[in-house]
Design a protein around this ligand. Structure first.
Ligand SMILES: [Zn+2]
Ligand SMILES: [Zn+2]
Length: 397
């Protein structure tokens, strides 16, 4: 992945390559890409690597936003492409997950960010490919260092209470009762909690405002009621995340003029038929009425005019890239990246730099102070039954 510099009003066309799935390797640009030379990058401004992002080596500038694709795929995650998850870091220290789709948490430790610092999740809707790794973040983050605070979840209501985020989280808690009962008493109590912030899916409204960050939710149209898209504003930077939606006027009203617009661009109808063995009618319903076809995503990009348009939510690889790219290009000629896992966007008022994350798949989670962990409050411990406890072999007598 080459470094790409995009001027606010420039006409540079950028396309991220689809070659090379491993996060361990910086991939080549797609041959069809027309990429500006990275002439604006000062090679002496260390530490900065033009083609790779090495987590933990670059502090964000006070006015800089970093957006990392932890998952860009579909409800069937594969090793090279987890389901939807976008991680946003701001120069003020704030960090936000937008969706935590299945498999995406496998990529998180590589970012070298503490689970304690990554305690805020905004869910666009309650499909597995957008919320399936919530238990991983909740329980895994608790075990690995979120010792003094709950996981905080924001998400939409539904047409009935059972279709809303609060019910979803309550049921997660119920489903994982054995898990949490066993861990409580041993692990700090606070990290085992989830704070739910459910808001009205039908209203365009600010759902989070703190520390100079404002996050607005607005309705998405995705099969049934209860999906939303998000707009994050901080300083003069804007990140918009569609979640899953077919094109709507809400996106034009609330998603326009973003610095980064991450909008779904599902596989073409033809590819859906080939990937899943579907008949044309099913593919057209799912692809056209529930999701956004690549050419429709291009239309949305043309109408909303982001500084950089990012398409995601299709199987992005060598067999698919060109077809999707060509379809988006039927309706959009502006700056464009078709995302895959591990892409990193550094956004300032002057530049948007797109690189590949280069991480170690063996990376352990970030640690916190053992003293703080040890002294944090616990709930009552649950012991095994006496007869079961007595079965333990005294192996070291
Ligand atoms: Zn969905
Ligand atoms: Zn989805």
């Amino acid at each position: 992945m080459g470094t790409q510099t995009i001027r606010r009003y420039g006409s540079v066309i950028v396309a991220a390559g689809a070659v090379g799935a491993s996060l361990l390797a910086a991939a080549a640009l797609h041959p069809d890409s027309r990429v500006a030379a990275a002439a604006a990058v000062d090679p002496d401004a260390a530490p900065y690597f033009r083609t790779e992002y090495f987590p933990g080596t670059e502090a964000l500038a006070a006015d800089e936003m970093r957006v990392i694709a932890l998952g860009t795929g579909n409800p069937e995650p594969r090793k090279s492409q987890a389901a939807a998850s976008w991680f946003v870091e701001l120069g003020n220290g704030d960090k936000f997950f937008f969706d935590v789709g299945t498999g995406s948490q496998m990529n998180f430790p590589m970012l070298r960010v503490s689970y304690r610092d990554a305690d805020k999740v905004f869910l666009s809707h309650l499909h597995t490919d957008h919320a399936g790794d919530l238990p991983e973040l909740w329980i895994g983050g608790w075990v690995a260092g979120r010792y003094d605070r709950p996981l905080r979840v924001w998400g939409p209501s539904g047409q009935t209470p059972q279709l809303g985020t609060r019910h979803f989280v309550d049921m997660q808690k119920a489903a994982w009762t054995w898990d949490t009962t066993m861990r409580h008493g041993k692990l700090p109590a606070a990290g085992g909690e989830i704070e739910v912030n459910e808001f009205d899916y039908a209203k365009a409204q600010v759902v989070y405002a703190a520390n100079g960050v404002r996050i607005t939710s607005f309705p998405a149209l995705h099969g049934i009621d209860g999906a939303v898209s998000y707009r994050l504003e901080w300083r003069d930077l804007t990140f918009v995340f569609s979640g899953d939606t077919t094109p709507t006027r809400f996106m034009l009203e609330h998603g326009s003029d973003a610095d980064l617009l991450v909008h779904e661009s599902i596989d073409t109808v033809g590819r859906m038929m080939r990937i899943w063995g579907w008949d044309r009618q099913t593919a057209e319903i799912v692809g056209g009425l529930i999701h956004t076809q690549p050419a429709a995503a291009g239309k949305v990009f043309s109408l909303t005019k982001p500084r950089l348009a990012v398409g995601y939510h299709f199987y992005n690889d060598t067999s698919s890239y060109q077809e999707t790219y060509d379809a988006v290009r039927q309706t959009y000629a502006g700056p464009l990246v078709l995302a895959r896992d591990g892409l990193v966007f550094n956004v300032t008022a002057d530049d948007i730099r797109v690189r590949m994350l280069v991480g170690n798949e063996d990376t352990y989670p970030e640690t916190i102070g053992a003293k703080e962990y040890a002294s944090a409050k616990r709930l009552a411990n649950t012991e095994p039954s006496a007869w079961l406890l007595e079965s333990q072999l005294k192996w070291n007598d």
